[in-house]
Ligand binder design. Structure first.
Ligand code: ATP
Length: 338
């Protein structure tokens, strides 16, 4: 097999630390790739670009199709549209897929959590269409299109079917947003009835859904929702299994895929070597599976599972109750590679 070329966005804040750690693990596991490093976010501005998402970055992803991305910071209040939103919209990365699983050795209130959030990534309230009607009165436009709602619904049901998952639950607020969430719900229902009638399908109003999640998350399986709900529920679900340090993600489109952790750039802990690189390592595993490198993916997964299960404070990062540095955790995973 020829050597794959992967675009790397190290990102801002803890991004360079956690992506460096992930790359070391990938390398030690025998993943031989050409890496093309490109800037985004505050780093792009520091490097002299006039935009937080320079065309050199989007062009590289368009050319090589696959990217591993660290979290980025979009400077607030300087007129820049969020890097993540731009990237997802410009590259048509319409599905955010975020597996949320209990990990052996990571103690939380819940056991046997195994869910996948499928979040619509391109519209909803993230279109950024905001207006000042008169001074003191502003609006933000929530957009839903039939095409995007059908596309994400089809993705979620197809995902459930190929991964042998039992149920798709839509979180919505169609009782209030009758047109936008109503359309989302119509599309999900149509895909279920016409294309996946054998799957179990459920519709839950999002506030009740959040209550169900914290009462017993093991009752939920694939969660399908629009953009903003997906953002909020992802962090909530991360909290059920050990926090943002342990939840990976992918952004999938027709032509390209960008793999990144759910967490942000965490400026509060940046540069201190205390961030947990596991979420990015797990995102790399998703990437390896996506490009057909299942053997190396499995090897890395087995290694971090062993490190977690051992529960040694000296090999776990602070968020998991340990004292290891970012690199220290990566070293522990590397030692456990078989
Ligand atoms: P964004 O809006 O960009 O998604 P956020 O507001 O959700 O960002 P994060 O940057 O994800 O915030 O960080 C939230 C908190 O979680 C931070 O205080 C940080 O300390 C913690 N955190 C995030 N990622 C990690 C990590 N990899 N390891 C340890 N702690 C983390």
């Amino acid at each position: 097999m020829s050597k794959p070329t992967i675009v790397l966005l190290p990102g801002d804040g803890i991004g360079p630390e956690v992506t460096t750690a992930a790359l070391r693990v990938l390398d030690a596991a025998g993943f031989d790739a050409e890496w093309v490093s490109v800037p985004a976010g505050a780093t792009a501005l520091e490097q002299g670009y006039d935009n937080v998402l320079p065309s050199v970055t989007t062009d590289a992803i368009k050319q090589h199709k696959i990217a591993l991305k660290g979290p980025v910071t979009t400077p607030v209040g300087k007129g820049f549209k969020s890097v993540n939103v731009q990237l997802r919209q410009k590259l048509g990365l319409y599905a955010a897929v975020r597996p949320v699983r209990s990990l052996n050795g990571v103690k939380t209130r819940y056991e046997n959590v195994d869910m996948v959030i499928v979040r619509e990534n391109t519209e909803g309230l993230y279109t950024g269409i905001e207006n000042e009607i008169v001074p003191g009165v502003v609006t933000s436009l929530k957009v839903a299109t039939r095409d995007a709602c059908m596309r994400i619904s089809r993705y979620a049901f197809a995902y459930a079917q190929t991964r042998h998952r039992k149920k798709v639950t839509v979180f919505h607020k169609a009782n209030i947003m009758k047109l936008t969430d109503g359309l989302f719900l119509d599309c999900a229902r149509q895909v279920y009835e016409e294309e996946h009638p054998d799957c179990t399908y459920e519709e839950v109003i999002i506030d009740a859904g959040c209550m169900k999640l914290v009462q017993d998350p093991t009752k939920l399986d694939v969660l399908l929702m629009e953009n903003l709900y997906g953002d909020l529920v992802s962090d909530l679900c991360a909290g059920l299994v050990g926090g943002l340090g342990v939840v990976p993600g992918s952004n999938i489109g027709k032509d390209y895929a960008v793999f990144e952790a759910v967490h942000g750039s965490a400026p509060d802990i940046a540069g201190k070597q205390i961030a947990n690189p596991l979420a990015v390592i797990m995102s790399s595993v998703m990437m390896l599976n996506h490009i057909g490198q299942e053997t190396i993916a499995e090897k890395i997964k087995d290694a971090y599972n062993v490190v977690l299960a051992e529960q040694k404070p000296e090999t776990l990062t602070r968020d998991l109750g340990g004292s290891a540095t970012t690199d220290g955790f990566a070293d522990a995973v590397i030692r456990r590679l078989r």
